[in-house]
Design a protein around this ligand. Sequence first.
Ligand SMILES: C[S@@+](CC[C@H](N)C(=O)[O-])C[C@H]1O[C@@H](n2cnc3c(N)ncnc32)[C@H](O)[C@@H]1O
Length: 715
Amino acid sequence: MGRRGRNDHPRSRDQPGGWVEIRKENAAFEEYYRAQNIVPEPEWNTFYDACRETLPVTFRITGTSHHDALQVRDTLVNEYVPFLKNITWEGEEVQPPSQLPWYPDGLAWQIKVGKTVIRKSKPFARFQRFLVVETDVGNISRQEAVSMIPPLLLDVQPDHAVIDLCAAPGSKTAQLIEAVHAVPEPTGIVVANDSDHKRSHMLIHQVKRLNSPNLVVTNHDAQLFPRIRIDDHQQDSYLRYDRVLCDVPCSGDGTMRKNINVWRDWSIHNALSLHQTQINILNRGLHLLKPGGKLVYSTCSLNPIENEAVVAHAVREWRGKVRIVDCTESLPGLVRRKGMTSWKVMGKDKQWKDDAAVDDIRASCFVHGDEAELGIENCMRIYPHDQNTGGFFITLLEKAAETAGDAAPSGTLKRKAKLEDNDDEHAESDKRAKPDESDPVATLPEEPTTSQATATAAAIDRQPLLAKKKERLPRDANEEPFKFLPPDHPAIENCWSFYSIADDFSRTSLLVRNATGEPVRTIYYVHPRLQPVIALNDTRVKFIHAGIKLFAYQKTLEGSCPWRVQSEGMTVLYRHIARKPGDSVRVVRCGLDTLRTLCDFTFPKFNELEDKEFLDQLLALTEGCVFLEVDPGTGDKPIVFPMWRGRGSVNLMLPKQDTAELLLRVFKVENVGDDGKKKTELTRLTETTDITPADTESEAPSTADQTETDLEILI
Ligand SMILES: C[S@@+](CC[C@H](N)C(=O)[O-])C[C@H]1O[C@@H](n2cnc3c(N)ncnc32)[C@H](O)[C@@H]1O
């Protein structure tokens, strides 16, 4: 969190020679956007000054349980914000954190405080501690304010099929998943795709905390995203999506407030060479969209060539079948400007161009004169000086409900649509789509911007895909196949009877990740709607993540049930524990006092437990995993944790960050060590079957990028 003004000159270390100083100025940027009239001339200086100010930190309170998110918000509002008011630092009043007025339920916040204040002011240091602990467990996620807008406009419902075509590193995917999980057992699914393999793994890492069995991650060029079969018997039955997000690769010049390299690297070249890729991704998205469905096209660029020109081209080509939605009434409080209906085109030689015949600039870059008629004013531009954000562009499109015939576009895209709608879609990539591979590698800022580098990589990636059209897709050595278990597999029978799992919990969508198809270490669960998605398409779609870990193998328990419940599968499974009289239910209940003991001590022995009622319940059960149901004492629903009932001791199976969060938020313990470790005075690890918290093993080792992310360092 910094408060460096525009007169400071930040440094960048991405030069081979080490640190270089970057001035927040760029004459070409200024000339270009001034000539475009992106703001009225009298407003230019205010706009340009704001572009050079450091961006305030913004974050979102996240989580697939809305109830839990509201609790975290209330803790912030009631226990931290009041102490951050009326603080002065070096004679100036420090602004307390404030809610973004347009974000629903007050779940998004902005902080404008310098690092020194954070370090030296006790209330702010305490607040920072809260942010770090909540970020560690995924309850708080740093995200640029403008980046939160597209998923909100999509209005995702819990039964929707949603695809995020350019998803990494996943901030918006997380919002889509949360929207699907607005009810306890949603039937909706989210397909998150990115063409960059490494970034796809960053995405997996980012959304993992949401523990969604309704998510699948794929690794494809979005321009050619394959159709997904959903019915084995009907050849023509393909998945179509209620909602599509095209947050496309762009020049990223709207991120200039946090990505200082924009000032050094800006050139018109970036926008021109991404334009066709952006058109192709949007077009593919429109094909995948259901009649009546909604699609958001967004960029973090200010450039009309990447924005209005792309949208206008698509709406022109899909004329009558796709319309731009007027969002004036959505997100009250969000200041936005209308889409531009006229702009100028500059060539790579930095000369203004009059028509498409010159310099190989695509006709779609130019104004056609029908922009107002196409409704381009309904596109939305977000400017830095309007509400202290980055620059952004968003358009909500709606596909007409199906009419007789089909909803294929007219004109040039029609030929492509025809090709895409037959099974040979990959064979006929749009030749125009090929990005300029000579493009310089642009910057990759910390949050959702991308570069030509990625677009170029996508173009290169596409080649093997075309060549291997009819073959199995190549998999990385560490990405094992997804194999579904037969519902009557002995391991499943064992788990179902040991944990008294009710028949309403599907046994058909349990899978393993190894070539033999036998459960060896982990059994995963995906929502039943994803079962055909994966099973019928695994040779043509490159799935790289699906499912949550439900059970892990525990060798020492052979003879009983060697499958222990994993914490990420806890909530899903808990809802389906059979409660009929006579079921040997592995549920143990306690109050907050006992929970506190379990947070403070590892493996307390039975004879050290003061809560005799709790002990009696434990003694009535055999060794193994149990569900701990804690009464919060507020009349609220119980909180559930996985717990280990050992031979003579018990242990809460929570990752250490979760324990730290629990201690801070529920028990107001503010001095937990940085690692959130339990005290160890009572630790006795003598029992051979006692185990450490589950969650540490992985059948297919994750290649998730371990570099520092926004999640790890909030301020
Ligand atoms: C603006 S970023 C997306 C940010 C993301 N939506 C978020 O909110 O975290 C664009 C992404 O598109 C990916 N990308 C670039 N070209 C692509 C293509 N042809 N197909 C799919 N993804 C692509 C990049 O790897 C990058 O992760």
